[in-house]
Every structure is written in C-alpha cells, then in structure tokens.
Design a binder for this molecule. Structure first.
Ligand SMILES: Cc1ncc(COP(=O)(O)O)c(C=O)c1O
Length: 198
C-alpha cells in the first residue's frame, strides 16, 4: 500500500463513498431541488443550532464568502499568524473583500480570548482600520492539526459579542475536532494523530 502523508487532500474515495455518490438522489440545487444537499444543509443547521445552512463545494469559497459577508472594504479581521485565510487562499481576503488581517502570535494556530481582545483597534480612532471580524480555525492546518479548547472558543465568542464583531470558524477539519473532543474532551493534541487512534 502506498501511504502519502503530504496532505489529507490526496486521499481518494473508498468504494463505499463512490457507491454513495453513484446512487445519491440529485436535483437542481439552484431551485433547492437537490434532496441530498437539502438533507445535508438541514442536518448541519440542526447540529450547530442555526436557522439554516448553505452547502459550499470548497473550504476557500466558504471562508471567502464569510469574510465578505462579515466585513466592509477597509475593515480589518483578526486571526492567528498561521491562519489559512491569511497564509493561503491567494490573498483572497484583500482581493475579494478589501480587508487587512491583524495577526496574533498564538500557539499552534490558536489564540487566547485576551490576545483577541488586545488586537481590536480602538473603534473611535479613525486612522486605524475598523476591526469587524475574528477568524478561527479548528483544527488548525499550519498548527499541525491542533484542536481548540471549547471553553476558549466560548470566551472569544464573548469578546466578539462585547465588541460587536463577527466570528467565523474555518471548520475545514471540524469533524476531526469533534471526533477527538468526544473521545478526549480535554485534549489539545494533534488531531491527525489522535483520529488515527480513536
Ligand atoms: C483550515 C483550512 N481551511 C480551508 C482550506 C481550503 O479548503 P479547499 O481546498 O476545500 O478550498 C483548507 C485546505 O486544506 C484548510 O486546511
């Protein structure tokens, strides 16, 4: 067997996945007539306690759309120095939304709520870009698959509410985080390693 660990994106569908694709009920998503997409959106909205969910075919597209929705041109978002939205995605945050990124020196791609609050620009100082969004990533890509402590995520949410900021989760590997936290609730270890052992 040939095992390529360069990225999880090089994996190929299993026979079971291919069968599911071939036998899936399909329809025109533009008219909300794709039963599989509708079922997925409903399930995810219920899982996360949201009014609705929207399926996007790629993580970058999801992030870029979220940044656009949460910001206005000239604004600034806060993210860890390792964030995918800053390091990758072809500078899309600046091109698509006209925003800059304030980088936080976190640990393995994870910031503390105190660091986030300290990175907010004073809203009444018009020389600085207006801070309007906080972006986090779970698990972290460049941080080597580290999982956030859920309590810290809640503290950051409180900071966002206090300062009226949007809060976006890049959940490209959220399922990995959920599996690990279910099995080892206090772990902030590397999910890639852990998910192999759960
Ligand atoms: C944290 C994170 N966000 C976004 C993406 C982009 O996902 P996609 O390749 O589906 O655009 C990746 C891809 O590996 C990622 O690791």
């Amino acid at each position: 067997m040939n095992i390529n660990l360069i990225s999880d994106t090089v994996t190929k569908p299993t026979p079971g996945m291919l069968k599911a694709m071939m036998t899936a009920e399909v329809g025109d998503d533009v008219f909300k007539a794709d039963p599989s997409v509708n079922a997925l959106e409903k399930k995810v909205a219920e899982m996360f306690g949201k009014e609705a969910a929207l399926y996007f075919p790629s993580g970058s597209m999801t992030n870029q759309t979220a940044i656009k929705l949460h910001t206005n041109p000239g604004d600034q978002l806060i993210c860890d120095k390792y964030a995918h939205v800053y390091n990758y995605e072809g500078g899309g945050a600046s091109f698509n939304s006209g925003v800059s990124c304030k980088l936080v020196d976190g640990h393995r791609g994870m910031m503390t709520a105190e660091q986030v609050e300290a990175a907010i620009n004073p809203p009444d100082f018009y020389h600085s870009p207006l801070t309007s969004l906080v972006c986090i990533e779970n698990t972290t890509n460049k941080g080597g698959g580290a999982c956030w402590d859920f309590e810290e995520l809640k503290k950051i949410k409180a900071v966002c509410e206090k300062h009226n900021l949007g809060y976006h989760l890049d959940g490209a590997r959220l399922w990995n985080a959920l599996v690990v936290k279910k099995n080892r609730p206090n772990s902030t270890e590397n999910c890639s390693t852990l998910s192999a052992s759960v």
